[in-house]
Design a protein around this ligand. Sequence first.
Ligand code: GLN
Ligand code: ZN
Length: 762
Amino acid sequence: MAVTHSLGFPRIGAGRELKRAVEACWAGRTGPAELAQTGRELRERHWMIQSGSGIDLVPVGDFAWYDQMLNMTALLGAAPRRFGFQADALSLDQYFQLARGNAEQPAMEMTKWFDTNYHYIVPEFDRETGFGPGTEWLFDEVEEAKALRLNPKPVLIGPLTYLHLGKERQAGFSRLELLPRLLPAYAAILRRLHASGVHWVQMDEPILGMDLPPEWLEAFAPAYAALAEAGPKLLLATYFASVAEHAVWLKSSAVAGLHIDAVRAPEQVAGFVKDFPADKVLSLGLIDGRNVWRTDLRRALEQAESAGAVLGERLWLAPSCSLLHVPQDLSLETSLNPEIKDWLAFAVQKLEELAVIDKGLRLGRQAVAAELAERDRLLQTRAQSPLIRDPGVKRRLEGLSDADFRRHSPFAERSPLQRERLRLPPFPTTTIGSFPQTPKIRAARAAHRRGELNGDAYRDAMQAAIREAVNRQESLGLDLLVHGEAERNDMVEYFGERLAGYAFTKHGWVQSYGSRCVKPPIIYGDVARPEPMTVEWIGYAQSLTKKPVKGMLTGPVTMLQWSFARDDQPRAVTALQIALAIRDEVADLEAAGVAAIQIDEPAFREGLPLKAADRADYLDWAVKAFRLASCGVADDTQIHTHMCYSEFGDILPAIAELDADVITIETCRSAMDLLEAFGAFGYPNDIGPGVYDIHSPRVPAGAEIRALLEKAAAAVDPERLWVNPDCGLKTRQWPEAEQALANMVEAARAMRRAESPAGSAA
Ligand code: GLN
Ligand code: ZN
């Protein structure tokens, strides 16, 4: 009899109830009591769904008002001292201040959770960081679950993952030094849970899937030996990657159970099952918690059976990771193509799948024969469906040659031709693409979506927004203009809606950070572009001005990374298909006379595999996809790309291989430090380091921008420098954006005057 459990459930609510409740509370429309009530209701509902589908151990502590890492910080009494809060009496309001900042203190930093699009709040550490009693929330939630007669399994971020994902706020100190102080705080939490009748506690240690320095790895066994004495049995959970290389010491560690990801890394299972200790359980993650496709039940049952044959009662069954990363319930989708809907499973459906595997394992295959046969039929229908196949796309991919991935001439030869054609001054100024999305623009888009604004009226509204954007850029004196992206709700959704092979949900929300959710599109079939997607808008913008207007596209890697990708072909193939579609758009823009085309890749870094050994392969196909999308143009057409994050160090060679003529990057918050890396590496093409932090309403002064540009000009050849903001301006307001851009143009002019004292260029 295998125990079934889930590592975590989506917390936001099928109707995004938590988002609404939290935001109402922030806006002062409701009070903390109402918010607390919504939280209780959601937890209860989610536990009942899980136990109703046969889950034996329900997760407690996967709920969070904002983020599970921040909850851990609150539980450990480790709120940064700079806020001046009393850690053992942290209020909900103070908790939100940690996440969002207040008048005196900037918010705690936020960053991506492993290779997902979920963001966590980064713990802050220094030598004095203390851990002690914190919030009571987890203990209260355990009582709530018990009152519902459920069997709660609290979920904690394990101490090493908690420390590792945090950051030192002090030089000359390693956060690992805090472990001796941290462990007693964990032990105290575990003892309290034990006293309240908890048998099992899940300790998430996903950092074991990364390459860890030896001192971190060596810390695991003694840490868990100490924690194992606190009372509850510990289930050490890993996910997102193989931990095969740690099998030997994990099996002999002091924990009572291990969870491993059998979806991302099925090959690791055998090594764990072999010689698995008699006194531990092995939990296999058999259902994909990262994607939305129905499970091959027969295969999953086979995996369970072969492990079960050796482990017997010691085998547990679960999804591969927390279900936080998939939408909650497919049954809400009433307008999806029914054939495609049949292929999908969201969190609720995944737990139903788990129940079938459990039943098959307990009672034998006969007992689930109907479910297995039905699933076989469904998977076969999907594999043979004409919906997923476009023979034309396949033929095009097969017909590609090396030349399709290469520009005609090297950058050194292209660059003068582009300069000649574009006739831009030194230190050319440009922006990243989007301009403020005013209420008027959003209202027009929404009305069009609802069918209340017809095609012509909608076009008029968008053209008015484009006119306004172009006029403002001309008065500001910017050099390379953009159309402003008024017609785009989202940089992936806009293109996905115009490409074959993409499906969209109505309620498929996934938490991205705090109360923010995204609705990733689903790539179910071969991707193709039936007709031009942007040419009309860019062409209209160009018709309004003599200055060049930049075409604006989302790149193939980002289109893939921010969608649920099909699981029946390698991601590399899907990326190349998207690249072909983008290539077609690039060709049409070029044919329409557009001289500069930007292909955004903000998710390029995020796709990087957790393990160094897998990175070369990813970078190889990701670079190929970008090159396929961008290399079809003539030498005098200028290709731009844009990326916005600061961890470039380990991927600079791949960035250079993209061979974009210009890359614009986020550098402002790191005060150009990043640019030194580009300089030291000898990055060969043009660079536009961001000189205006668009994440803040603050307007940078001209002198401040000028200082950044001076710093940039010292790090890379000034001839190859562009002047631009960090990222798009769609979340800003016009007045502040306009002032900041005016200061930016002024700083660029000052640089020109300084470079050519005759003043001719300004
Ligand atoms: N062109 C996009 C914009 O300006 C880029 C967005 C991004 O990098 N995330 O909004
Ligand atoms: Zn950006």
